[in-house]
Design a protein. Structure first.
Length: 365
């Protein structure tokens, strides 16, 4: 069920990104973007995905509770009295309306219809924010923070994903970068700040290293490490690609944009893994309840106990690994400069994450 939950939640993020990114790009004049073609079938598919994948948390809750009061009564209770159930009913009904809208209306050639599609996607994001964990903790602040975070991610990633995988050519790429780069920067800044606020709902900054003892903290650490090579890819796809296109108009930037989108899928997976773990509002209590992460107990060389506090120390192994991590970042950029296949850079990015992760885990004392 854990793997299914991670897959469904990561796919849900991707569905929202494609949905919102497609409608936003169809709002943009054709002179300011490459030619794209997101078929009705694809948008119908991702809309269906939003409707059904958003049901997985509801199903998980039902399966967790039904043995106490019976299946039928549990389904009725979860759907009509729990916010997550009420939000899903709204998502399902509104997704159905959006599905019909996509079938009937020509969003590709009419900006008004594209705008309606984008606004409808945002309404669905509002429903996700309403049912979020942060909203259950702090109804107003949690709802606003989660919704803003999810919207910024969907705009930033959605545009990139659709352009890199659904564009028919790479004409007007320079014109596209002129407006997309500032949009991506703003979305990234918003994502970072709202992400920190969301993290502080469950983990205080000073307790961040100690959260690594939990599976939740492990997923959070991997997510944060993945953001570092993502930033490098963002620099390559904005600054270096722009420079390359000015020199050589035949240069194809799509493989590099696709590599960045693949890295983002890994971040989606890490984020989805967070959603499947018990949030550590109290780390010691959570450790006593669910136990430590297997990754942590495998890599930690000392004696583990729930009340311990994590401190980082320097040793030869951790220094060597962090140097390897820095080398992999340099090689990531070098692979672009030397026109190596774009896949090489994603390998360098993953090796950086593994090296940096091991360096941190093996420096724990």
């Amino acid at each position: 069920m854990l793997i299914a939950g991670i897959f469904s939640e990561a796919t849900l993020y991707l569905c929202f990104s494609i949905l919102l990114g497609s409608f936003i790009l169809y709002l943009i004049p054709t002179s300011l973007r490459p030619k794209i073609n997101v078929s009705k079938g694809i948008l119908m598919g991702v809309t269906t995905g939003v409707a059904f994948l958003s049901f997985v948390p509801v199903l998980t809750l039902i399966l967790h509770l039904y043995e106490d009061i019976g299946f039928t009564r549990t389904v009725r209770s979860v759907l009509f009295t729990f916010e997550v159930g009420q939000a899903w009913i709204f998502i399902y009904l509104f997704s159905t309306l959006l599905f019909i809208f996509i079938v009937w209306f020509d969003y590709k050639n009419n900006r008004l219809y594209a705008l309606i599609g984008a606004l409808s996607s945002f309404i669905l994001i509002l429903a996700i924010g309403w049912s979020s964990h942060a909203s259950s903790l702090e109804p107003l602040k949690g709802f606003i923070t989660h919704t803003t975070h999810f919207t910024a991610v969907s705009v930033w990633i959605g545009i990139l994903f659709v352009v890199s995988w659904f564009s028919k050519n790479y004409s007007n790429w320079l014109a596209f970068l002129r407006w997309y780069t500032p949009v991506a920067i703003v979305c990234f800044i918003v994502t970072i700040f709202t992400g920190l606020f969301l993290m502080m709902f469950v983990v205080e900054i000073k307790e961040y290293p100690s959260s690594w003892m939990l599976s939740y903290g492990q997923a959070l650490l991997l997510k944060h490490l993945l953001i570092i090579p993502l930033l490098l890819f963002a620099v390559i796809n904005s600054w270096f690609i722009r420079k390359q296109l000015r020199i050589n108009s035949d240069f194809n930037p799509k493989p590099w944009a696709r590599v960045e989108s693949i890295l983002i899928l890994l971040i989606f997976s890490a984020t989805a893994a967070l959603g499947q773990q018990a949030p550590p509002h109290d780390i010691v209590t959570t450790l006593k309840s669910v136990g430590a992460s297997k990754l942590f107990t495998t890599l930690y060389q000392g004696q583990y106990y729930p009340e311990m506090t994590i401190h980082l120390g320097i040793n030869l192994t951790s220094i060597s690994l962090i140097l390897f991590a820095l080398v992999f970042l340099v090689l990531l950029i070098y692979s672009f400069v030397k026109k190596a296949p774009a896949a090489t850079s994603i390998i360098m990015g993953i090796l950086f994450v593994l090296s940096a992760y091991l360096s941190l885990m093996l420096s724990i004392r």
